[in-house]
Design a protein around this ligand. Structure first.
Ligand code: ZN
Ligand code: ZN
Ligand code: FE
Length: 765
């Protein structure tokens, strides 16, 4: 009976949704259908890939099992719906033209590094695409960054202006070919071309622009190189003078710059690489991976001065491979922009905006339509953690536990990103950056348009930060006909962590960052909350201290050191400060004393990032900084993982029964150790350990009060690996279930996700 049923002929319609377009999904379906002798068709639709298959039930079962088992590497199927439908008189299986009606539920694929098959062709002198810089296939190449509109068909990309030659057209139409419907398919005959321009944009006559570019890099020149999601500025990382020149032209004194290295073996000469890091480096997303720098390195110290880590990526486009093939230990590959401006994408824009920085431009005529910086990741607590989620990852959605009404979240102010929630998917935008300049704000608007287009959504619930002065907040306020929901910064951090870990309900949230607008008007940043998707309560925080001179204190951590010493020693702080040489010459400590005591232009903060700055200044790691987080990074660099003795601290409830983490005894202990001649390393290690121990003590008191045992860690301070790993370890051994970020940045780049989920949950209510 059963076997007879299995032979019965029927027709089933499947709809596959998720990342199913631009990833070779239709030829994949075609091959499996033909293999199982099924008739019917497959087609791209705005809401996914539709397949109708007709044949015996057994054949259809076997077809579906293979689909599930053998998915193409880049496909990510989030749902398969099916229904049995009346039979049709097909006599074969076909791939038919895209259907443009239906509700949008297709996910655009992120850009993907060149695959092994294409790489082989790139270096094969017999291949017709030998050394062709735009080689790609259904498994690799540009995606999001060439999209004009959806569905993802060549006509809707920046490849539309390159008609396929006969040979490419044949590949494109042949379901058995690995370039079947590879939308960016191209060859030297029909595809885009590379050009080399001088500093004013005049074309250089050369038969081989890449070879000439290599020569110029060798000479120490600064090249602007057009990549996948924008331009890089590049110099030979082994050339000290060249690196210095790039730094001074870019007004980037000390902030670390990323490097690109040909292969893993070469990376291992420059940095320590463990197995997980190796996987991350070679993944098709090819992020910049933060690795522990080796001393015996052959690259300029100027690439990442003072900090313990090196940001390294492997090549991900054909030109990268051609540039790096021989000769270079590493190339500096830093985003091509001026300070606080977004990455350049068009040839014209690059020539104008990089004037005075780049000596030459290695450009091409395939337009980049979406700005997408390199992503940055590290391995922490044995897991991948993204610190900047952009190229290679965007616009792949984060899967949420629940569905929500459509929401647009506008993020924070620094490391800005946006997020659109649609159903149970959260789509985060590419990294936009700090919203300080008109150019960054234009990019913010550009990104807004993009996000609405690719999600086919125009939400009327808008989430933004509670900070009244943020640009993103102002954008929300200027929108009409929408409901604006303002969300406290640290609440958003915690819910962001909950969302990506797919948990809901009450948690203890540890939000640790530099600064965020607090509900009492002070700058919060070391917060112990109980939170869920709609509400939070502040149950504890680091004791407030003054930031002498406000904004100035962020660039001059010695000011924070003075403030912390005043907290720890009262009146006599200035003697200690003098003894430790903290106050720079020309600054009168009596004036500073007045500023601190009377809080003149000096806001109160509980920011952990600021505490790091202050401690770094006290122990002499760094008294002034040239970029945010520099002091903390270097303090982390001084520390090691060895279990150091923690310093004392105290926890006392204030009048509102909020637990105050009192660090005056910590500061005194640090000073005592310093005066006793202990090393920076010992003190920094103890300081890190103190924080982890204090976090546990605070959480234990909160657990006692509330019975909550789950802890979510979020905020920029958890980019500090020693702090993150130490906190997880201590909390877990105290019996807490600990959650932290992996796919979504723990810094303000992840805020938009938390905002979107909170607003969605509120709107749902
Ligand atoms: Zn390929
Ligand atoms: Zn061609
Ligand atoms: Fe933050």
């Amino acid at each position: 009976m059963l076997s007879k049923n299995k032979e019965m002929i029927k027709r089933v319609r499947y709809l596959f949704s998720g990342v199913v377009q631009g990833v070779g999904f239709r030829p994949f379906i075609y091959r499996l259908a033909v293999k199982n002798s099924l008739r019917g068709f497959v087609q791209n639709r705005p809401d996914g890939v539709l397949a109708e298959v007709e044949g015996s039930e057994a054949a259809i079962d076997s077809f579906l099992a293979s689909v599930r088992r053998e998915l193409p590497p880049l496909a990510d199927v989030t749902n398969i719906s099916s229904e049995e439908i009346p039979r049709e008189p097909d006599d074969n299986f076909r791939i038919i033209a895209s259907d443009t009606c239906g509700d949008g539920d297709v996910h655009i694929s992120p850009d993907i590094a060149i695959c092994q098959d294409c790489l082989k062709e790139l270096f094969d002198p017999q291949d017709r695409r030998y050394q062709y810089p735009f080689i790609n296939c259904t498994n690799c190449g540009p995606r999001l960054t060439i999209i004009k509109s959806i569905p993802y068909d060549r006509i809707n990309t920046s490849m539309a202006c390159f008609p396929l030659c006969a040979q490419c057209q044949t590949e494109y139409e042949n379901p058995a070919n690995r370039r079947f419907h590879a939308e960016p398919n191209a060859c030297p005959v029909c595809g885009p071309k590379i050009q080399l321009l001088d500093e004013v944009g005049k074309t250089l006559r050369t038969d081989d622009p890449i070879k000439t570019a290599i020569g110029l890099l060798k000479e120490g020149k600064v090249l602007a190189i057009k990549g996948l999601g924008g331009f890089h500025l590049s110099v030979d990382a082994g050339n000290d003078e060249a690196v210095k020149r790039l730094r001074s032209r870019k007004y980037r004194e000390e902030k670390p710059m990323a490097i690109m290295v040909m292969n893993l073996e070469n990376v291992k000469c420059l940095a320590d690489v463990n197995e997980e890091e190796e996987k991350l480096l070679t993944s098709p997303q090819r992020p910049i991976v933060l690795l522990k720098k080796k001393n015996s390195s052959t690259i300029s110290e100027q690439v990442a001065p003072g900090v313990p880590n090196l940001g390294v990526m492997l090549p991900y486009t054909p030109p990268h491979y051609l540039l790096l093939e021989k000769d270079f230990a590493a190339l500096v590959m830093t985003s091509a922009n001026q300070v606080d401006e977004p990455i350049c994408i068009s040839n014209r824009e690059a020539i104008i905006r990089l004037k005075g920085i780049a000596d030459y431009f290695l450009i091409h005529n395939r337009d980049i339509l979406v700005r997408c910086d390199d992503s940055i990741a590290m391995i922490a607590a044995g897991k991948e953690q993204l610190l900047r989620r952009s190229r290679g990852f965007v616009p792949k959605p984060i899967l949420l536990k629940d569905s929500f009404p459509d929401v647009l979240a506008l993020g924070a102010h620094l490391k800005a990103t946006q997020c659109i929630v649609k159903g149970n998917f959260a789509f985060l935008s590419p990294h936009i950056g700090d919203l300080e300049t008109p150019q960054a704000r234009d990019f913010f608007q550009e990104s807004l348009t993009l996000m609405k287009k690719i999600t086919e959504s125009n939400p009327d619930v808008i989430a933004c930060d509670a900070h009244p002065a943020y640009y993103s907040t102002k954008v929300a306020e200027e929108m009409t006909g929408v409901r604006v929901i303002r969300i406290q910064h640290h609440h958003a951090h915690i819910v962001s962590c909950m969302a990506e870990n797919q948990i809901d309900g009450d948690v203890i949230g540890l939000a640790m960052d530099g600064t965020g607008f607090g509900l009492d008007g002070h700058a919060w940043g070391c917060e112990f909350l109980i939170a869920n998707e709609t509400e939070f309560k502040r149950l504890g925080h680091l004791q407030y201290f003054v930031l002498p001179g406000g904004e100035k204190a962020i660039h001059e951590p010695w000011r924070i050191a003075a403030s912390l010493l005043a907290l720890a020693y009262g009146q006599s702080w200035s003697e200690i400060a003098a003894q430790l040489g903290i106050i720079p010459a020309g600054m009168d400590s009596k004036v500073l004393d007045k500023i601190i005591a009377n809080k003149i232009n000096s806001p109160l903060t509980s920011g952990l990032g600021r505490l790091f700055d202050g401690v770094a200044a006290i122990i002499g790691v760094r008294k002034t900084v040239s970029f945010e987080g520099q002091a903390a990074m270097e303090l982390e660099g001084e520390s090691d993982h060895e279990a150091a003795e923690p310093f004392p601290f105290a926890i006392t409830p204030n009048a509102d029964n909020c637990l105050i983490l009192d660090i005056s005894s910590t500061i005194r202990a640090i000073v005592n150790d310093l005066l006793a001649g202990k090393s920076k390393k010992e003190i920094s290690s103890s300081f890190h350990r103190t924080l982890a121990v204090a976090f546990v003590a605070m959480c234990e008191q909160i657990r006692e009060k509330t019975g909550i045992n789950r802890v979510c860690l979020s905020g920029g301070c958890f980019q500090n690996k020693i702090l993150l790993e130490g906190s997880i370890k201590q909390l877990e051994s105290a019996g807490f279930a600990v959650f932290h970020h992996k796919q979504v940045p723990t810094n303000d780049g992840g805020i938009a996700l938390g905002q979107a989920v909170i607003a969605g949950a509120i709107a749902k209510k």
